[in-house]
Design a protein around this ligand. Structure first.
Ligand code: MV4
Length: 482
């Protein structure tokens, strides 16, 4: 199979990220865009670009059939969906293939299985993968639920099968809360996903969120590319990611990697995927779910492995064998990522959309900015407010952290508030630096007051340094007079 032209069914930084690798491989690119994105960088970056509709996603970037029609008209060989939008839409993947276009991702069957938490549990059940104690069938009977609660012990967690990313979850502390919480969970799941199936798991109180990158070809080879630590998130939105995790031993890393490969095997996976695990205080790990797309945080894995994941995606999509073996993969160095959102960390992270009056990116060795914006642009209200990802790499974790802090200082944005100062607060925080944190980091350690305090402290230090320098200068100037 040959791929000469790829349509990127996405926008922003990820569209550009995919186009860069396509360009490197001598493959032509087609951008799609909504009317509000007509001057966006991803449109100019592509060899060809087609407007597909009005700003709202469901009138543009989510119009699968229309996008496929564009691909056919422009004689595109393959479609890369990026993340979000249509990337985990099984029907879209199927329609792409039915039109003899390569979908750069897994088969729609794998997307379908992993889109349902219960189907995923069912698919992996014979593979010996550790899972949180709980049930693997939808439950509606409240008495049965109480029995299960007693058996596994409270607190328990009610989850929606169609959920994921934390949507439709409810913690139940005691039996007397179970009935009302279950009713609520079912009705929420029904209205949010059109599927009221819920199930029950033991609640792991203070987990770390660790995920494993996998990559599979069409010849039965599956690799894992180690872990990403993604515990620093707020309301299920990741903000900081890193690789490797500072808590995994080589043994645990191998075990989790092998489990992730088995999950991929269980659904005949092809392409890049991510297997999510929870890690409890005793370093037991449990399979949570699999994301069947290239993830936002993939660059940290690229830094520590030296592998271009988009290149591998394209190569396996055109039928090539994976060019490396597991034993040849090694972790080198340490990488960090900060998601730069146009959100105000001092105002409950509300979207701070507006005009980018100043937009200057940091540069240098070990710094990568995957960016989708430029100075003078308006940030559209219609889409995710992530402007860019700031990624740093060092030989050690400490080096990557220092580089990250200096890169944040050299990232200049005016016109909108961003998560840059919040990121700096995280990277300077003792809990982060020591590596001793879990998914509650933001709730436990962050408040707008703490961030303001850190800023004031910094301003004081800057003033003191300036004053000291002023006094020194005065001394020098006075010398010749004496
Ligand atoms: C859990 C859990 C505790 N116990 N399952 C949240 C997102 C979804 N992928 C699963 N999630 C969780 N599942 C059990 N049995 C805690 C979470 C969770 C979480 C997981 C990963 C990253 C951040 C999180 C924040 C809150 C809760």
């Amino acid at each position: 199979m040959s791929i000469k032209k790829i349509l990127i069914a996405n926008r922003g930084e990820i569209a550009i990220r995919v186009m860069k690798t396509a360009q490197k491989m001598g493959i032509k690119t087609v951008a799609i865009y909504s009317t509000i994105d007509r001057n966006a960088p991803h449109v100019r970056f592509a060899d060809e670009a087609v407007c597909i509709g009005d700003p709202p996603s469901n009138e543009s970037y989510l119009l699968g059939s229309k996008i496929i029609k564009v691909a056919i008209d422009l004689q595109v060989d393959a479609i890369h969906p990026g993340y979000g939008f249509l990337s985990e839409n099984a029907a879209f993947a199927e329609e792409v293939e039915q039109n003899n276009i390569i979908f750069i991702g897994p088969k729609s069957e794998a997307i379908k299985i992993m889109g349902s938490k219960l189907a995923a549990k069912d698919a992996v059940k014979d593979y010996g993968i550790p899972m949180v104690p709980g049930i693997d069938k939808a439950i509606t009977d409240i008495n049965k639920a109480k029995e299960i609660g007693k058996k596994i012990g409270f607190p328990i967690l009610i989850k929606a099968s169609a959920g994921g990313g934390g949507k439709g979850m409810r913690v139940v502390e005691k039996e007397s809360d179970l009935e009302s919480q279950m009713k609520r969970a079912i009705s929420e799941a029904t209205s949010a996903f059109g599927d009221g199936s819920v199930f029950i798991e033991k609640y792991v109180a203070s987990p770390r969120h660790i995920e494993i990158q996998v990559m599979a070809d069409t010849h039965g080879n599956i690799l894992h590319l180690f872990e990403r630590e993604c515990s620093i998130q707020r309301r299920h939105q990741k903000v900081v990611e890193e690789a490797p995790s500072s808590v995994l031993t080589p043994e645990l890393r191998s075990k989790m990697g092998e489990a992730a490969v088995k999950v991929a095997q269980a659904c005949n996976y092809v392409g890049a995927g991510t297997v999510e695990f929870l890690l409890d205080e005793n370093h037991n790990f449990y399979f949570l779910e699999m994301n069947t797309r290239l993830q936002v945080e993939h660059p940290v894995t690229e830094f520590i492995t030296g592998i271009d994941l988009v290149e591998l995606q394209i190569r396996v999509a055109r039928g090539e064998k994976l060019p490396i073996a597991q034993k040849d993969l090694k972790i080198k160095g340490h990488a960090l990522e900060l998601r730069v959102y146009a959100e105000d960390p001092l105002n409950d992270f509300l979207p701070s959309v507006g005009h980018l009056d100043t937009y200057i990116l940091p540069e240098g060795k070990g710094i990568r900015v995957d960016n989708g914006f430029e100075e003078g642009m308006d940030i559209p209200i219609y889409y995710d407010p992530m402007l860019a990802k700031l990624i740093t790499y060092g030989e050690t974790r400490e080096e990557a952290i220092q580089l990250m802090i200096s890169a944040i200082d050299r990232y200049h944005v005016e016109g909108v508030e961003t998560t840059l100062p919040f990121g700096k607060y995280v990277f300077e925080h003792e809990a982060f630096r020591s590596g001793d944190f879990d998914t509650h980091f933001v709730k436990d350690y962050y408040s707008p007051e703490a961030l303001k305090g850190a800023k004031e402290q910094e301003a004081k230090i800057a003033a003191m340094i300036a004053l000291k320098q002023y006094i020194e200068d005065q001394k020098i100037l006075r010398l010749p007079i004496q």
